[in-house]
Design a protein around this ligand. Structure first.
Ligand SMILES: [Zn+2]
Length: 370
């Protein structure tokens, strides 16, 4: 192995956007659940057994995850799932989380059904966990609280953010980025909040209140994570193009804004990271689902974005295979891309190792003040 490959393999990662893995309550051998998890965009369960594995991520699971379950690389799907069932969810999770080489997990707790909590993730992985507070969840809590909505929102956000490292918005799933994202006047917030409370105060889609939450997060000053691009079909992919955030970013001050996932807009996100001092990006979720094609995606992340603006994440949620595969495919992709730069005489090996360290952990440590 080259010195560079060795450096990438041993780099300690900070996974700056992730969720819990499946809890032990589920059935580790539930084939429909597992195969459905291999498809991010389609939210309906798979109907054809085996179809989930006929995908880049399905092949990647059989190639890279099988050895951690004491199986041969490229083992068949049936054998993989039989072994997964025999080991059980707790042991499967322990193996993958510990093999990811992650020291710190920054956990978006806004989506938690069937997943372990941060304490269980800490115990299973041996790493540290830090909370990322989802703004739309704070909004729901404020809607349920008595009194003035804006005051309740500020109080809840202040309390929750005191022990958290960042906030997160799923605006991409609630109408997208197109249109005015300015700070709404208080009178409009009052009217919108009253209307939303009367309608039940669940699943926030009101633009005024979504904008209000974003600007409260900017004022808070902790890094603000945005789901960008690729996600399930509830996300209007066309309206999740980060270029639509340009006006918002121009007026976002110094608060770091983190563009997550980005596919197929990684080039747009890279441009924004160069254009705005406070904008950063990652390729979490996308790298995992691109499997053998993750290398070219990792290469595109290393185009316009300044290297101090790129972070690592897996966006793992559910099967712990994803918490591991994000790291596995990132390491392979980085090694191949950077080996190419060095072989072409464009970069020194020292340049490459410096950039590996920035993306693996140095940028996250600096931005989140870990
Ligand atoms: Zn996520």
């Amino acid at each position: 192995m080259s010195e560079l490959a060795d450096h990438v393999e041993s780099a300690v990662l900070i996974d700056h956007h992730v969720h819990g893995c499946w809890s032990a309550q589920g059935d580790a051998g539930d084939r429909i659940r597992f195969e459905s998890a291999l498809n991010e965009a389609d939210t309906a369960p798979v109907t054809e057994v085996g179809a989930g594995f006929d995908s880049q991520v399905g092949v990647a699971v059989r190639a890279h995850c099988a050895p951690l379950l004491d199986l041969e690389r490229h083992v068949g799907a049936d054998e993989y799932l039989t072994r997964r069932t025999a080991l059980g969810e707790t042991e499967v999770s322990r193996r993958f989380l510990q093999a990811a080489g992650v020291s710190d997990w920054l956990v978006d707790t806004g989506f938690s059904a069937g997943l372990v909590d941060t304490g269980e993730l800490t115990a299973a992985s041996g790493g540290s966990t830090h909370e990322v507070v989802r703004l739309e969840e704070v909004a729901e809590q404020a809607a349920a609280a008595p009194g003035d909505y804006a005051e309740a929102f500020d109080e809840i956000l202040g309390e929750r953010a005191a022990g958290a490292v960042a906030t997160k918005s799923v605006l991409a799933y609630r109408g997208g980025f197109a249109g005015d994202l300015g700070d709404p006047p208080p009178a409009l917030v009052d009217i919108a909040a009253q209307r939303w409370r009367e309608a039940g105060g669940t699943r926030l889609t009101d633009r005024i209140l979504l904008r209000f939450g974003l600007h409260r997060a900017l004022r808070l000053g902790k890094p603000l994570q945005f789901h960008v691009g690729f996600g399930d079909r509830d996300c209007d992919l066309y309206a999740a193009n980060p270029l639509l955030l340009n006006d918002f970013l121009r007026s976002s001050g110094d608060t770091p804004v983190m563009l997550l996932h980005c596919y197929p807009y990684e080039r747009e996100a890279g441009y924004l990271a160069q254009a705005h001092r406070n904008v950063y990006l990652d390729g979490g979720l996308s790298i995992t689902h691109l499997g053998a094609r993750a290398t070219s995606f990792v290469g595109r992340l290393l185009e316009l974005a300044p290297f101090r603006k790129i972070l690592y994440s897996s966006d793992g949620a559910g099967p712990a295979e994803f918490h591991y595969l994000g790291a596995r495919l990132w390491r392979s992709g980085m090694t191949r891309v950077l080996d190419g730069f060095v072989a072409d005489g464009e970069w020194s090996a020292a340049d490459a190792m410096h950039v590996v360290d920035l993306i693996a952990h140095e940028n996250a440590r600096r931005i989140y003040r870990l």
